[in-house]
Write a protein that binds this ligand. Sequence first.
Ligand code: NAP
Ligand code: G4F
Length: 373
Amino acid sequence: MSGFYVGKLPRRDRWSAAVAAGPDDGESQLTKRALITGITGQDGSYLAEHLLAEGYEVWGLVRGQANPRVRRVREILGDVRLVRGDLLDQGSLISAVERVQPDEVYNLAAISYVPMSWQQAELTGEVTGLGVLRVLEAIRVCSGISASRSPGRGQIRFYQASSSEMFGKVRESPQSEQTPFHPRSPYGVAKAYGHHLTQNYRESYGMFAVSGILFNHESPRRGAEFVSRKVSLGVAKIKLGYEKQVRLGNLGASRDWGFAGDYVRAMHLMLGRDEPTDYVVGTGVTHSVGELVELAFDVVGLDWRDHVVTDAAFIRPAEVDQLCANPAKAASELGWETHVGFEELVAMMVEADQKLLSESGGHAEDSFGPDAW
Ligand code: NAP
Ligand code: G4F
């Protein structure tokens, strides 16, 4: 079998060819290969670690000429290979898929901070919405799939990072795969587009394309702009004497918060199923932002009322008041369950930020401890 022939076959066909060729020829080709967009983000890092531990060869898509987060990927995820590409650039995605020849593509890249989606609504639509189309098109074109040519056995499997933000002004509680969408932000609208498009490519072309409708998940690697990390960093700074206050918006909103490390396992399980279908992933328990704040201050023995200031600057034009998952389908079909509870998660984040700040003299955003992202 020539090297050229191996490179041009879809991955699953190469697997069959490798088995037919015998152990010496086939050993390295039996390794599954994953391409992750959004590798520099919170979920990208945990998913990469999970897939590496599962024996995958992992590739991450990175954008920009001098993206500072690429250095962190190289330092923390040394075994991940990198390929250039941008969700705004169709050609770059086709080149990336052609180069990597993945078995599985996980599309985690997005503008994911909800308030930014009002400030840059068009860009959010382009990246978070149309970006999904571009990744699906890259897979379709590279696989030679068309309306008259279905994918074969060796097709690339696709995961889309859908969001509970699509439920928005919720029609029922808890929310399941059947709950209608009513998004409340340009981000939620863009995610709903990507969700429906993923479903459409599955139905139109027979592609193995699935969405995980994930509820909020956090970790010490969470971006500092999201409320959980803003609170854990704020509490740590106050405890260590760097700050006196933390300024927050709506303390009444409720979310179903879990640990990111648990959620990436669900992504992988979804692509391992015989049939493609979408799943809600969350804990089934909801807490208010106020409860999160109180718990985080409790971890360091402080009273939140002495330090939290509400600031109208952080109130959103339209709020998602409450989210709560019904993860029954993920539990029964994927066998998925959480390992880290809410209290443990909050304590983990506050403790990680105290350690980070102690080691860096209070500079969290530009210094990265072993567990920080
Ligand atoms: P995150 O930390 O904000 O990471 C976003 C990633 O997208 C970064 O790696 C960023 O790379 C990349 N990106 C942004 N614009 C890009 C572009 N034009 N081309 C290529 N890459 C681009 O997000 P996360 O929390 O890990 O979430 C992962 C995904 O799950 C996102 O799609 C998010 O919307 C979705 N989601 C998250 C949650 C949650 O609670 N975390 C819940 C539901 C759904 P740069 O370094 O280049 O900026
Ligand atoms: O932490 P947040 O910014 O997360 P949000 O808006 O729920 O979105 C996150 O989860 C989604 C899944 O449902 C993802 F799709 C999305 O990409 C992202 O990861 O805000 C949570 C709640 C909101 O109700 C917000 O109004 O916290 C409230 N909040 C109150 N004060 C604040 C603040 N949020 C932020 N970011 N900053 C505050 O000062």
